[in-house]
Design a protein around this ligand. Sequence first.
Ligand SMILES: [Ca+2]
Ligand SMILES: [Ca+2]
Length: 247
Amino acid sequence: MTYTVKKWSMTALVAISAFALLAGSARATFQIRMDEGADGSFEWTLDDNGSVTFDSTTIADTHPDIGAINVNAYEHNGWKIQVIAASSTSPGGHPPTIDILSFNVENVGAGNDADLVLEVSDIDFNVPASPIAVHALLNMAGITIPTGTSVKYTSYASANNTTFQKDFATSTLSLATSDVVRTSAGPFTYTSAYSLTGRLVIVDLDQGQSLNVNVGKTWTTPEPASLAVFGSLFGLAGLWFRRRKRA
Ligand SMILES: [Ca+2]
Ligand SMILES: [Ca+2]
């Protein structure tokens, strides 16, 4: 009896794994890319569950799930990256989200004054039932920004449904040591599947300084309920900053 159950379990496991692989190869459109130099062109682009070699360094997604990318430590061009973790909820996640869960970076290069740019993107987000607004959100409670450094996160949506397509700069969030500037536009109406892109730019992180950006987020809010949650989160963040300023 035990043997039969085990055998059935093994068969199910193999079947599920095969299905996961098939589903994975069909839906691995989630990508991240990074620009570490001053030339403005991207150094590398990494597919979900893929790997890429640049400048003799192999960068691989170590997270087996589709919709989740993990990049472990490497060093290039004066930048020491400890970890990048990002996620996507395409096609049907609620709310539809492109997320930078963790991005840990240190400037270790003498005379390295370039901006650091990280972008995440995915396609095939489901057609919304009603007009949607797209927001950028950073979890400010987790970020300590060195004096003189700024962080800017912008979210984009595109009806062209192409990765890294930046048709609408729907929302921007800029952070310096104690200033938060947020702009927002929309909602937009889509009649077909759309793509989401998040762009994180770090400016003037000096040599010897490091930055841990905990949550950069591009998400869409189709329902008023989500907007209320977003508003209260933002209110809390504002409260935190006011308290910090007073201290
Ligand atoms: Ca470059
Ligand atoms: Ca993955």
